[in-house]
Design a protein around this ligand. Structure first.
Ligand SMILES: C[S@@+](CC[C@H](N)C(=O)[O-])C[C@H]1O[C@@H](n2cnc3c(N)ncnc32)[C@H](O)[C@@H]1O
Length: 267
């Protein structure tokens, strides 16, 4: 098995067992309430910056391909804003949930199942969007080069968010790993904490500085147009955190220093 096949099979095993964000809902999977609870947590608490940073309100009429669709929450939001949306994922459970989420809103949808490098996705696209995914792919540079050469229109945009090394959440994972006596590899521990993977079966997980990610993007032929570091939640601030607005000035400023996501818009 190649590294890429290994990372895809680990992703499938982890997210087919427990779909991303499903712990945020106590409703039956696939129902309107189920997606609404996951959406409320995503945009109301954990990552409220997504729609504004990635300018979903200006996406009308654009052909968008999302890599790694999850529950289809961002996809539905883009489609509601008029995007001509397609998605690709390797995890059957995520494709099924995304299909259900779009059906609940009677929105049009095209989905592809499999590895982007071996799938005809009906290119070209105006936008390739991928939130919290590229860092789980062992051959991410190959993916990015393929996106630039074969998936995006000339002048099209790549919009991604990836994990940040200098972040409270990464410090928390390292501290808890040290406290627990380093009984497994750090990457395995981080995968268990961040992705809820089974002990001993981690997904690929790369956690890097802004400079490391930006250099990789440039090596793959992209020019960064917009960057922000975000992802600092109320729970990180003891006592007064609950009083701070999830998308307000204080948590945004803290996020720009120690947030969990590097967000990039590139040409
Ligand atoms: C952490 S989840 C993020 C999902 C969603 N973008 C979100 O923010 O909730 C990672 C997603 O990437 C998908 N994934 C992992 N490797 C992939 C690959 N090589 N190609 C496409 N999707 C992949 C997983 O199946 C999963 O849906």
């Amino acid at each position: 098995m190649t590294d890429l096949e290994g990372s895809i099979s680990a992703a499938r095993a982890t997210w087919n067992r427990k779909t991303v964000g499903s712990q945020r809902s106590n409703s039956e999977a696939g129902t309107l309430e189920y997606f609404e609870q996951i959406r409320a947590y995503r945009y109301g608490y954990e990552t409220p910056f997504i729609q504004s940073f990635f300018q979903f309100s200006e996406i009308s009429g654009q052909r968008v391909l999302e890599i790694g669709v999850g529950q289809g929450i961002d996809g539905v939001e883009m489609a509601r804003n008029g995007a001509l949306y397609s998605g690709i994922d390797v995890t059957e459970a995520h494709l099924n949930l995304t299909r259900q989420n779009f059906a609940n809103h009677t929105l049009p949808l095209t989905l592809f199942h499999g590895d982007l490098l071996r799938t005809d996705v009906g290119a070209p696209y105006d936008v390739v969007y991928s939130f919290g995914v590229i860092h789980h792919i062992s051959a991410e540079e190959e993916y990015l080069r393929h996106v630039r050469a074969n998936v995006l229109k000339p002048g099209g945009r790549l919009m991604i968010a990836v994990y940040s090394k200098y972040s409270v959440f990464n410090a928390y994972m390292i501290a808890t790993w040290l406290l627990k006596g380093r009984s497994c590899r750090l990457d395995d521990w981080r995968s268990q904490v961040a992705e809820l993977s089974e002990p001993g079966s981690p997904v690929t997980i790369k956690i890097r500085s802004r400079r490391e990610v930006q250099r990789m993007l440039e090596r793959c032929g992209f020019t960064v147009e917009r960057y922000a570091k975000r992802g600092f939640v109320q729970a990180y601030v003891p006592i007064v955190g609950k009083r701070l607005s999830p998308n307000g000035a204080v948590l945004t400023a803290l996020g720009s220093l120690l947030g969990w996501y590097h967000c990039f818009i590139c040409r």
